[in-house]
Design a protein around this ligand. Sequence first.
Ligand code: SIN
Length: 268
Amino acid sequence: MVSTEDLSPKAGSEVTGVDLRRLSSEDFKFISNLCFTRGVVVVRDQFLDANELDQFSKLWGKPWLGPLLPSLPGTEAVATIKNRGKLGTVTEYWHSDSTFVESPPAVTLLSAVDIPPVGGDTMWCNQYSVYESLSEGLKRLIHPLKAVHYDRQRFNEVEGRAPYLGCVAHPVVRLHPKTGQRSLFISGQAEHFEDMTVEESAGLLQYLLSRLGQPDHVYRHRWRAGDAVIWDNRCTTHYAIHDYGQFPRRLHRITVEGEKPMMDKNPP
Ligand code: SIN
């Protein structure tokens, strides 16, 4: 029987009693709705290999590889996350995946293969909850703003690929297409507001970025091999902690195509 338990007050729920290789449409609907509202869904002891992850991701939509990582041979869009050392870890900051493209991925899935004995946790921040915690005055101020997100990541150098270096403006307050809820859609890739300079944007942008990762909104996941974790990039940000030195850490990762972020036409 499928059951669920919240992992922190605002973000993350664990689901038990399912096998992700054989999900009924009813159970998929349950898990996806949980993901859209709680931001993160954890399912332990799944041990999905890259091909099974590829198959599972298709329930969510079209797999999307993006400009950063190569896919594993024989899979459509499965990438490997591995220990590249502290300096090569380009995901150790609060971000939502690939926000520097027009339509950033909606959902990301990770399947844990090798995990260090301790450390290498990932944290997720619920961006609905961050938005809700802002004052009414600040909500009104940021409502019409767009932030410009840049690809400044070092993946390109790490992987020896040509830099993409695109940038794109997205609404700072995003309306979720499934839940109709507003979230603060800001991420470490945002460098300034549209039609404003970096200097003009700095105070407010830094304040908004400082709200990400506030403990009230966060779930911190301690990985075990076999874990499958699914998150919604439209209403969460995440942060991969590199505190495990040279220990191997390897996960398979897949992202699912998203839509152009939607601005709410109605003021708060
Ligand atoms: C990511 O940011 O997608 C990587 C997460 C992780 O390595 O835990």
